[in-house]
Design a protein around this ligand. Structure first.
Ligand SMILES: [Zn+2]
Length: 131
């Protein structure tokens, strides 16, 4: 439901919770519902590593890929475990789209089914001179 963020009781349970409280006004008023819906759609698993929602570092979070909590377009949000959420945000430059998250944060040759690549178009084959 509300995952690791509990009602304000003066004690913040982790850094991300503290961040959330300091930036609460950046989120839409129905953020809890939005986040819940995103996690529902993800089956309560990390979209990247498939770890089920659980205790840290596998608390399921909703990450805004453009770092703007007010941008709740579905393609801007990913259900990520706390570990992958922090890992993405620590990358320089951080991946800002789902495609980039999967491409840069998934080991090559592993979990390729997560992001089925479209088949190469005839045009791209014609232009494929760069090797
Ligand atoms: Zn994960």
């Amino acid at each position: 439901m509300s995952t690791s963020v509990e009602k304000e009781n003066g004690k913040q349970r982790c850094d991300m919770g503290g961040w959330f409280y300091r930036h609460r006004q950046l989120y839409p008023p129905n953020w809890d519902e939005i986040a819940y819906q995103v996690k529902e759609e993800a089956g309560w698993k990390c979209e990247l590593c498939h770890a089920p929602h659980g205790p840290p570092p596998f608390v399921l979070t909703v990450d805004h890929l453009d770092f703007n909590p007010g941008n709740c377009a579905r393609e801007n949000m990913m259900a990520l475990c706390q570990r992958d959420h922090l890992r993405r945000q620590a990358m320089r430059p951080p991946p800002m789209t789902k495609e980039e998250v999967f491409r840069r944060m998934t080991p090559r040759g592993v979990q390729l089914d997560l992001w089925a690549l479209p088949p190469p178009s005839p045009m791209s084959q014609c232009n494929n001179t760069a090797g």
